[in-house]
Design a protein around this ligand. Structure first.
Ligand SMILES: NC(=O)C1=CN([C@@H]2O[C@H](COP(=O)(O)OP(=O)(O)OC[C@H]3O[C@@H](n4cnc5c(N)ncnc54)[C@H](OP(=O)(O)O)[C@@H]3O)[C@@H](O)[C@H]2O)C=CC1
Ligand SMILES: O=C(O)C1=N[C@H](C(=O)O)C[C@H](O)C1
Length: 252
């Protein structure tokens, strides 16, 4: 469990340690290296854990600038990976998929492992089949270093694969301050807000004529419990997958 002392990883590591279906054999967190975390030895780096500990699956809830290397190192070492960490782009995921397929290993990634987020994604993808106008708003905590959230990025990529939303004025050509019409992810405009009290709130907004549909996943900022069932499910299912599978909704 990489990120085993973090807000998310701490709760998830405790859940793996308590669940008889799993053995938590190694943790990774730089500031707890050399200690025991949730009853398992803690290493400073994923590279060390790969050398020193035995495990089938690396679960990563660390940070945006570390997760790609962690994933590639694990695949190189013959391990499966569950990616909770946000910040990876579609291009990063294409490389991960290639590497996992070449090694005949599975990787599961989900922008959000909460069931309500998975359902928000599924319902938004259904709506995108029928409705031509849509944009996404994402809210998260002030210290979040990546934008948009992994939740919103995955949603935008997948909605944009269904269709490119309608515009009357191309957002890239709007007169005024750059960025005020949001950022484009796979042709879908995403607007990111960072404020205290938020953890992950993602709203997809659709319009048809003068009617609107909004679909929201909302989460209390103090609880990572909602991530546990989805992450543990992914850690089981990843053993039977080859290549990259994205989205908890695809495992339900
Ligand atoms: N997919 C999902 O459902 C969710 C995804 N996330 C994502 O998970 C990630 C973690 O979020 P959160 O738990 O809030 O973050 P925290 O900052 O609370 O925890 C980060 C953890 O990772 C460790 N860490 C950070 N960088 C490294 C590194 N380079 N090498 C090894 N360990 C590292 C930290 O320990 P130390 O600093 O001691 O190394 C700590 O244990 C984020 O990307 C977030 O967006 C969050 C919630 C849900
Ligand atoms: O606090 C965070 O960072 C979170 N990131 C995830 C994301 O990027 O989508 C979602 C999570 O619930 C909180």
């Amino acid at each position: 469990m990489a990120g085993a002392t973090g807000l998310s990883g701490g709760t998830i590591a405790a859940a793996f340690a308590a669940d008889p279906r799993f053995d938590l054999t190694a943790c990774v967190a730089r500031s707890s290296a050399g200690e025991q975390v949730q009853g398992a030895p803690c290493f400073a780096t994923v590279a060390e854990a790969l050398t020193e500990a035995e495990f089938d699956v690396l679960v990563d809830y660390t940070q945006a600038d570390a997760v790609f290397a962690h994933t590639m190192q694990a695949i190189d070492a013959g391990r499966r990976v569950v990616i909770g960490t946000s910040g990876l782009t579609a291009a990063d995921y294409a490389k991960i998929d290639d590497a996992a397929r070449a090694a005949r290993l599975g990787v599961v990634a989900s922008g959000n492992f909460a069931l309500t987020a998975a359902l928000m994604t599924r319902f938004s993808l259904m709506a995108a089949e029928y409705l031509d106008w849509f944009e996404i708003i994402d809210y998260s905590r002030p210290k979040k270093t990546d934008a948009p959230t992994g939740t919103a990025r995955e949603l935008a990529e997948r909605m944009g694969d269904i269709k490119k939303p309608a515009f009357e004025v191309d957002p890239a050509t709007v007169k005024g301050e750059p960025g005020l019409r949001g950022g484009s992810v796979n042709g879908v405009q995403v607007h990111s807000i960072r404020m205290p009290s938020y953890s992950a709130t993602v709203t997809s907004t659709f319009a048809a004529g003068n009617s609107r549909l909004t679909i929201t996943h909302d989460a209390d900022s103090h609880s990572a419990d909602i991530l546990v069932p989805g992450t543990l499910l992914a850690a089981q299912k990843v053993m039977g997958i080859t290549g990259l599978l994205r989205g908890l909704d695809n495992l339900l």
